[in-house]
Write a protein that binds this ligand. Structure first.
Ligand code: NDP
Length: 288
């Protein structure tokens, strides 16, 4: 069997066209969706992510604000800026790029963002809402994965879903979404005994670890849908996922590539959440 690709670039283009229409509709009512991004420190990968997010906003007819701080910034300055952005009615989404420098309490920073503007969906209130099945903002990466599954009509009800990785930003919210969609969900992590035992049972396998090509074809069930969230830089400078693409392709039914898979979808869903926030704010304004 040779797996079919779920092309994240193509799906993103399609979704971003619809988002641009929603942004234009808001603009005609005098509301320009605006995302504020805060970057502290000089992590090269973070700088690239922030640049991509800001560029994507502009292409979709949205505004973006970018605040950058040196690695040794006093956290009080960042908290003060977040408070300002929370109070600014023209700003609809606020995102703090992680990881933050060591003097920060990252959780406290995420909690300082107004839940109505927390387009990453990391605020405890929004995590709780997701857990209860009434999400306000769905974290962008798992949201993008769900859109990819939907685009290929992957059966979720009753499916065995195995997620490798249990982070707050990918693994856990991914589990909640698949559970809500009717999957039987297993979450694996670094303490899991016999990882392959679990992954071989998966109809849907989501890899979110950050280890180059760790999931090989012999760990995958024939015909499975394989979603590779991982982004790893190899010794030759090229990017690869957590899945060994060549051997996985021989057994999987559907597979996402790296690059060009989940990555572009993550940014697309960030735009979607920001437009959603702007539409909610505009709706509130119309009612008052
Ligand atoms: P974290 O480092 O926060 O989490 C990694 C998870 O993998 C942990 O739960 C860890 O387990 C688990 N793990 C580590 N080693 C093993 C192992 N040998 N077997 C099984 N599980 C293991 O990473 P993130 O969730 O933030 O990101 C994961 C990957 O996804 C990274 O490559 C990251 O770059 C990428 N990413 C991609 C995005 C995109 O847009 N495509 C967006 C976000 C992330 P434990 O909890 O026990 O330590």
């Amino acid at each position: 069997m040779s797996a079919q690709l779920i092309d994240g670039n193509a799906l993103s283009t399609e979704i971003r066209l619809r988002l641009a229409e929603r942004a234009a509709a808001l603009a005609s009512r005098g509301v320009i969706p605006c995302l504020a991004v805060i970057l502290a420190g000089e992590d090269p990968a973070s700088s690239v992510y922030v640049r991509n997010k800001v560029n994507a906003c502009e292409k979709a007819g949205m505004l973006s604000l970018r605040d950058t701080y040196p690695a040794d910034v006093d956290p009080a300055l960042v908290f003060a800026r977040i408070a300002e952005l929370n109070a600014d009615a023209k700003v609809h989404g606020i995102l703090v790029q992680l990881p933050l420098p060591k003097q920060f309490d990252s959780q406290a920073v995420l909690e300082a963002i107004s839940p109505e503007k927390d387009v990453d969906g990391f605020h405890a209130e929004n995590v709780g809402a997701l857990m209860q099945g009434t999400p306000r903002f769905i974290p962008c990466t798992p949201y993008g994965v769900m859109e990819m599954l939907k685009s290929r009509n992957v059966t979720l009800k009753g499916a065995e879903a195995v997620i490798v990785g249990r982070s707050n930003i990918v693994g856990k919210p991914m589990a909640m979404l698949l559970l809500a969609a009717g999957c039987t969900v297993t979450i694996c992590h670094s303490q899991t005994r016999d990882l392959a035992f679990h992954t071989r049972r998966a109809d849907i396998l989501v890899a979110a670890v950050g280890r180059e090509k760790m999931l090989t074809g012999d760990m995958i069930k024939e015909g499975a849908t394989v979603i590779d969230v991982g982004i790893n830089r190899m010794a030759d400078g090229k990017l690869c996922g957590d899945v060994d693409f060549a051997s996985a392709c021989a057994v999987a039914g559907l597979i996402t590539p790296v690059p060009g898979g989940v990555g572009p979808m993550t940014i697309t869903m960030l735009l979607s959440n920001t437009i959603e926030a702007a539409e909610r704010a505009a709706g509130k304004r119309a009612k008052t």
